[in-house]
Design a protein around this ligand. Structure first.
Ligand code: ATP
Ligand code: MG
Length: 446
């Protein structure tokens, strides 16, 4: 059968058998963010276009080429969020969150939309986990954000990830650097791509972020921002490095990182994986001290990062990392005949109330096919209910891993019988469960 509608280019389906990989990453990032005091924020999928133009910047690739924008009635246009920071800051200001005590720390898990050339690690709809901290100018805050990413990478078991660090200064040092860049690129003007020719006037820093190979070759010997930092920005950068040293986090200073979004000031950083090819930046972030004021809030220093979850998953898969396995069915109730099927419904509902994961036949299969299905869904136990089991009120409980069979009551004793078997099985097969139980074992006084 040929499907006549296909998934849009640059999008992905997460099929049910793959979802556990996402759940692994999501639970690690959520738990880690919570440990650092970040709370979740949820924002709309689309915003007024002007929000992104003003924050991400009208000379960036994102705004110039990649936004999905629709016009609605009237003269307003709306854009599917290409990133999470702008909407988050808009929401923080609009909801008065900056009045609730600083620093405020928020995180998000959301989809982003960019009209890019789709390829491995570069999608048109992708997902980000991001954190934003508002209200601290201290380099300790920059180090804290990096430490959070670092611990997430560690918990996921990722290897070969390098942290690249830079400072792109404040508007004052940037003004001098801008002139130096202009003077450097001016003689090459004619060789630059048309977009960069325009950027040379409006925002020469952006020339360093151009993806064209010719432009990158020209930019190779461009002046370095680190030679133009003012005293305060240098001290801030040194403060960050000192904090990273205290935490034992390794980094490489890379004076060529500018990041693709205009709102950054001072610290910028990238975590780069060497195992997934050219789209290796798995996380990018930095400080954006001017953004809140630009969007109409009171001047507040702030910073954040965003992690590309598809790229994290690609790296995890390429390195053969372990994922948290999805729960499987505790008990499958196989039945023969209408009465037995009714009993299965009754037992399933009792056991689910107790928190067990229980399934039974819903398609009218024969016993053999039911057993095959139980095997396929990796059920831990199976009970077969037929006429004689209904009559005697007991049945055989089969442990699918060991093949061992025990008697189990189908009446009042059901939960006790099943519970006892289940407990023993978990003790002998689940290390985490065993150590959990043992932690209560000694010193309880009995
Ligand atoms: P790149 O240089 O790869 O285009 P970027 O500078 O545009 O990245 P950011 O806007 O900082 O990226 O987004 C943060 C993270 O989101 C990136 O480090 C990356 O992991 C992920 N990301 C960005 N664009 C895409 C995309 N089109 N598809 C998948 N992931 C992406
Ligand atoms: Mg990009």
């Amino acid at each position: 059968m040929a499907l006549n509608v296909k998934r849009p280019n640059g999008t992905q389906d997460v099929v049910p058998n793959e979802a556990y990989k996402w759940h692994t990453v999501e639970s690690v990032v959520r738990d880690s963010a919570a440990q650092f005091g970040f709370k979740e924020i949820r924002i709309p999928t689309f915003e007024e276009t002007g929000l992104f133009v003003r924050s991400v910047g009208d000379t960036t690739d994102v705004v110039q080429k990649e936004m999905y924008t629709v016009s609605s009635s009237g003269d307003k246009t709306y854009t599917l969020r290409p990133e999470g920071t702008a909407g988050t800051i808009r929401a923080v200001i609009e909801n008065g969150i900056l009045n609730e005590g600083l620093p405020q720390k928020v995180f998000y898990l959301l989809s982003c939309f960019r009209h890019e050339k789709a390829q491995k690690g570069r999608l048109r709809e992708f997902h980000q986990f991001g954190c934003e901290m508002l209200g601290s100018a201290s380099p300790a805050a920059d180090a804290e954000m990096i430490a959070l990413v670092h611990i997430i990478m560690q918990r996921l078991g990722l290897r070969n990830i390098e942290l690249n660090l830079n400072s792109i200064g404040c508007p004052e040092c940037r003004a001098k650097y801008r002139e130096a860049l202009k003077a450097y690129f001016e003689p090459h003007r004619a060789e630059l791509c048309p977009t960069c020719q325009e950027r040379l006037e409006k925002n020469p820093l952006r020339l360093l972020d151009c993806k064209s190979a010719e432009d990158q070759a020209i930019a190779k010997d461009a002046p370095l921002i680190t030679d133009y930092l003012c005293e305060e920005c240098s001290a801030h950068f040194e403060g960050l490095k000192k904090n990273l040293a205290i935490m034992g986090i390794e980094y490489t200073v890379n004076p060529r990182i500018v990041r693709g979004l205009d709102y950054y000031t001072r610290t910028v950083f990238e975590f780069i994986s060497s195992d997934i090819g050219s789209q290796g930046t798995v996380c990018g972030g930095g400080r954006y001290d001017g953004l809140i004021e630009t969007l109409g809030g009171k001047p507040t220093p702030a910073l954040g990062f965003a992690m590309g979850l598809e790229r994290i998953l690609l790296t995890l898969e390429s390195q053969g990392c372990e994922f948290i396995e999805e729960k499987t069915c505790d008990l499958y109730l196989a039945s023969m005949g209408d009465k037995a099927a009714e009993k299965a419904v009754e037992i399933a509902s009792r056991m689910r109330e107790e928190g067990f994961f229980v399934e039974y036949d819903l398609v009218g299969r024969g016993l053999k096919a039911q057993m095959k299905y139980a095997d396929k869904i990796k059920a831990k136990y199976v009970v077969v209910i037929g006429d004689s089991e209904l009559e005697s009120g007991t049945a055989k409980l089969k442990n699918m891993a060991s093949g061992e069979q025990t008697d189990i009551s189908l009446g009042d004793g059901l939960l006790d019988d099943f519970g006892a078997q289940y407990y023993e099985m978990m003790l002998s097969t689940d290390e985490e469960f065993r150590s959990f139980v043992e932690s209560f074992g000694d010193g309880q006084g009995e």
